[in-house]
Design a protein around this ligand. Structure first.
Ligand code: P6P
Length: 339
C-alpha cells in the first residue's frame, strides 16, 4: 500500500524548512480539525437536522442557513483556546471576535468564510470553508481592533480552503506553493495528495454568472462576448463555461485544470464595491492562485495590493490562468470601463 504523508508530517517539514513557525503550524492543524468537523456535519445533511434556513441574517444582510451558523461556531470554538490567535473575523460576525480573557493570545489573526456557497447546501452541491491568516500587528496582550485586520492580502502568511465535495480536501499555501490534502475518512486524517498545484498559463474554460450580462461594465461584456463567439470570433477558438455558484468549487477547478473565474463589478453590486468579500474570500483565493502561478485582479489592480478600508469590504474578482486575466485587465485599461 502506498505510504502517504500526513498533513502533520507536511507541516512539520515546512516548519523545519523555515516556511512556518511552530505556532502557525499548530494553528493550521486546529483549522484542519475544525473543517473535518464541519465536513462531518455537512455530510449528514438532513439526518443532522442541519438543512434549511436558520431564520437569522448575517452582517451582510443575507439569510443564514443553519449550517452557516454551525460552521461558524465550530471554527470559533476550535480556535479560541489554542493560544495561537490574537483574534478572529468571520463573514458571519459583524465585529472582531476577541479571544476570551481566560485564554492565552498568540501572534496571528484568523479570518474565514465558514461556509462559502451555502445556497448550494439544500441542493447537495459542493460547498467550502475559506480561511486567511495574518500577523497580529498589535502588542501581545492588547485586544486587536478592526484596523489591525485591515492589511493588504500580500501580508497573508497562510491561506486555504476546505472543499466538501465527493471527497473532502484541504488546499493550503504558506507561501511555498499550493498543496492539497484529501481526507481519509477511515483514519480521520488529511493525507498529502496534490503537491505544488499549478494553474496552466492558458485555458479554454471560463466561469461567470452570465445572467448578469446586462449589468457588466463594457470591458467584461467585450471579453465574455469574444469567448462566446468562439472560433468564429476574434479569439479563433471555442471556449467552455462552468458556474457552480460556490467560489470554492469554481476556484478549485481553476487550480486543478486551469480556467478564469470572474465575479466582476456590475451595476447590481457597484454600490457595495463588488459581490465577493475581500478579506476572507478574494484575498485567500488570490494568494493561492498567485502561489500556483496564476493571477488575480479586480480588473483594475492586483487583489493582493488592495488596501482594505472595512472588514467586510467587497471587491470585483477576476482570477485564474495568467494570460486570460491579463487580457481582461488590459480591456479595463482601454478606457472602456464605463458600464
Ligand atoms: P451568484 C456564494 O454565495 C458566493 O459568495 C460565492 O461562493 C459564489 O461564487 C457567488 O457568491 C455566487 O453568486 O450571484 O451566482 O449567486
Amino acid at each position: 500500500m502506498q505510504h502517504r504523508v500526513s498533513l502533520t508530517q507536511f507541516l512539520i517539514g515546512e516548519q523545519r524548512a523555515g516556511h512556518v513557525s511552530p505556532d502557525l503550524r499548530l494553528l493550521l492543524e486546529v483549522v484542519a480539525r475544525a473543517v473535518k468537523a464541519i465536513g462531518v456535519t455537512i455530510s449528514k445533511g438532513a439526518l443532522a437536522g442541519a438543512l434549511g434556513e436558520a431564520g437569522t441574517e448575517n452582517v451582510q444582510g443575507e439569510a443564514q442557513k443553519k449550517l452557516d451558523v454551525i460552521a461558524n461556531e465550530i471554527l470559533l470554538q476550535a480556535n479560541e483556546w489554542g493560544g495561537h490567535l490574537a483574534a478572529m473575523a468571520s463573514e458571519e460576525v459583524e465585529t472582531v471576535h476577541q479571544i476570551p480573557f481566560d485564554y492565552p493570545k498568540g501572534g496571528y489573526l484568523l479570518l474565514f468564510d465558514p461556509l462559502d456557497g451555502s445556497s448550494n447546501i439544500d441542493i447537495n452541491v459542493t460547498v467550502g470553508t475559506i480561511f486567511s491568516v495574518l500577523r497580529n500587528p498589535q502588542e501581545k496582550d492588547k485586544d486587536p481592533s478592526e484596523n489591525d485586520f485591515l492589511q493588504p492580502g500580500r501580508e497573508q502568511v497562510a491561506a486555504g480552503y476546505a472543499i466538501y465535495g465527493p471527497s473532502t480536501q484541504l488546499v493550503l499555501t504558506v507561501g511555498n506553493g499550493v498543496h492539497a490534502f484529501t481526507l481519509d475518512r477511515e483514519m480521520g486524517g488529511f493525507l498529502y495528495t496534490h503537491p505544488f498545484m499549478t494553474v496552466p498559463e492558458d485555458t479554454r474554460e471560463y466561469a461567470i454568472n452570465a445572467s448578469n450580462i446586462r449589468y457588466w461594465e463594457s470591458p467584461v461584456r467585450r471579453y465574455i462576448t469574444e469567448l462566446q463567439q468562439g472560433k468564429d470570433g476574434p479569439r479563433g477558438a471555442d471556449f467552455n463555461m462552468r458556474w457552480v455558484a460556490s467560489m470554492v468549487a469554481d476556484v478549485h477547478r481553476v487550480l486543478t485544470r486551469g480556467g478564469i473565474f470572474l465575479y466582476p463589478l456590475d451595476e447590481k453590486c457597484r454600490a457595495q464595491g463588488g459581490k465577493l468579500r475581500l478579506m476572507y474570500e478574494a484575498n485567500p483565493m488570490a494568494m493561492l492562485i498567485e502561489q500556483a502561478g496564476g493571477a488575480a485582479t479586480t480588473g483594475r489592480e492586483r487583489i493582493l495590493d488592495v488596501v482594505p478600508q472595512r472588514l467586510h469590504q467587497r471587491v470585483p474578482v477576476i482570477l485564474g490562468s495568467r494570460s486570460e486575466v491579463a487580457r481582461v485587465t488590459s480591456y479595463h485599461g482601454d478606457g472602456a470601463a464605463s458600464a
